[in-house]
Design a protein around this ligand. Structure first.
Ligand code: ATP
Length: 199
């Protein structure tokens, strides 16, 4: 699985439609301070389902929409699309190419698409769960994050290792099963009470 393309439009400093293609090997993005390098990384995190405006260096989510310059009016919509080469089916999708799009309007209306089909945020998050990718993952490390990982509490650091090891999904399954068990025990107790009453 490889990241092939990202297309950014109206997101942060990218007012114009900008398409970046990633070839095989390592891609480095260079540019002067403030030219938008971090904004590209944030666009990747955003389209993969980031919901914290703070972690995208904003106060609220519409702050990611191009806010205008002296010469250019603000825009009313941000949109980002990424395409993964999924020919090895690393992502749990039947498609050899997985395309994810996210759009946000100033009125707060937001849309997600998976291979051009409208979907929920949950569908995007599920696609990446335990792949080592996704909004909570450590495949994208932003400035200052390394220090925060080193300085985090042992239990938070454990969660990081668990996510990297791919056990998060099983922990969620275990929690669901425990809830079901608890519910079933409650029903059993009620049945026992009824039996006693009838005897
Ligand atoms: P550095 O090398 O200093 O880390 P960088 O190349 O990573 O810089 P970014 O931090 O990605 O640069 O970009 C910062 C620029 O993006 C700033 O000029 C800021 O004004 C602009 N910017 C951020 N949000 C918006 C927005 N909503 N609308 C317009 N411009 C924005």
């Amino acid at each position: 699985m490889k990241l092939r393309t990202i297309e950014i439009s109206g997101f942060k400093s990218f007012a114009d439609n900008t398409k970046i293609e990633f070839k095989d090997g390592i891609t480095g993005i260079v540019g002067p301070n403030g030219s938008g390098k971090s904004n590209i990384i944030e666009a990747i995190r955003w389209v993969m389902g980031e919901t914290s405006a703070k972690s995208l260096r904003g106060g609220k989510m519409p702050d990611v929409i191009f806010s205008g310059t002296e010469k250019r009016k603000p825009l009313s919509r941000a949109s980002v699309t990424i395409i993964f080469d999924n020919s090895d089916h690393f992502l749990d999708s039947k498609f050899d190419e997985v395309m994810i799009s996210r759009r946000l309007f100033r009125n707060g209306e937001s849309q997600y698409e998976l291979n051009r089909q409208e979907c929920r945020l949950k569908d995007i998050l599920n696609l990446f769960i335990d792949t080592g990718l996704g909004r909570e993952s450590f495949s994208v490390i932003s400035q200052g994050r390394v220090e925060s990982i080193f300085n985090s509490k042992p239990e938070d650091r454990r969660a990081i290792i668990e996510e990297a090891a791919g056990v998060l999904e099983y922990k969620q399954d275990k929690k669901r099963a425990e809830n079901e068990l608890e519910k079933t025990s409650g029903y059993l107790e009620r049945v026992n009470d009824l039996i006693i009453e009838l005897e």
